[in-house]
Design a protein around this ligand. Structure first.
Ligand code: ZN
Length: 281
């Protein structure tokens, strides 16, 4: 199944993408939120879809993020060898974790707003993992699979000056409003037979900047979910954004950052495409 949300920002309704058309599931479900994922909502939704067709969503309706505002967005830093190298960092011995404010989450085609005074806003295409069943102290990476609802494109927009030049951790540079476009849809796990074999491509103003594969992750998806669960409980609807391959603006020589009017296009095999226009806040 492919889950979507549609409607005005902050008032989205749940839907599904069937054969390229959005269908309205709001008659049966409140939202694709923690309660939905933790109460076998995906099974109930599959049953509903077996029973018949849902109403069409009007084409002009905005695409929201495919999950309700998550309880948390856990970021993974330096999870591709080529990206760690381009930033001059050592290959991490354990996953590098950071938190991204959940209110940074927006729809896949919403504009990204540059933070006030920003000179170093940067792009990062990533595989987003959405949690279904709660994960606490998982026994092994293998059992982590049962906690994963599915996958979506996650744009981990980052402001490098706020991330690296203002003291403390990375959170300041990762959490501005609009800094985490998700979607266009959440593909459930059964639709993604191998999450470690997906091509990722990002272009700025039509120029390809990142082209990688999730095969090159240092720590794979299941290992990450297992690992994170040793430090914090992952809950239904939480998002893990799993790191980016090489080619970010910060890693180019000289660096090239995003400014007003720039357009980012992102694509992950089987997970659709995003596009954002950069605007001043
Ligand atoms: Zn990232």
């Amino acid at each position: 199944m492919k889950l979507v949300r549609f409607g005005p920002a902050g008032r989205e309704s749940p839907g599904v993408l069937v054969g390229g058309a959005r269908r309205d599931a709001s008659g049966a479900f409140r939202d694709w939120d923690r309660e939905f994922f933790e109460t076998d909502g995906l099974e109930r939704l599959a049953e509903l879809l077996r029973l018949g067709e849902l109403p069409l969503v009007p084409e002009q309706e905005r695409w929201g993020a495919p999950v309700a505002r998550p309880g948390k967005v856990v970021g993974v830093g330096l999870n591709y060898v080529d990206h760690a190298k381009e930033t001059g960092a050592d290959i991490p011995a354990e996953p590098v974790l950071f938190l991204k404010a959940p209110n940074a989450v927006v729809g896949p085609y919403d504009p990204v707003r540059l933070p006030r005074g920003s000179t170093k806003t940067d792009y990062e295409i990533e595989l987003g993992v959405v949690i279904a069943r709660p994960a606490r102290y998982l026994e092994s990476p293998a059992v982590a699979r049962e906690s994963i609802a599915g996958y979506c494109i996650s744009h981990d927009v980052s402001e490098r000056a706020l991330q690296f030049e203002r003291g403390g951790q990375w959170t300041k540079g990762k959490s501005s409003d609009t800094f985490n476009p998700l979607g266009p849809f959440l593909a459930t796990s059964d639709e993604v037979p191998d999450p470690q074999a997906l091509g990722l491509v990002l272009a700025v103003n039509g120029e390809r900047r990142q082209a990688g594969s999730t095969r090159d992750m240092i720590f794979g998806v299941e290992r990450l979910v297992w690992y994170i669960s040793q430090f914090m409980a992952l809950e239904g609807g939480d998002v893990v954004t799993t790191g980016t391959p090489a080619g970010v603006g910060f890693g180019l020589k000289p660096p090239r950052f995003l400014g007003p009017g720039d357009v980012c296009d992102l694509e992950i095999q089987g997970l659709g495409r995003q596009r954002q226009l950069l605007e001043r806040a």
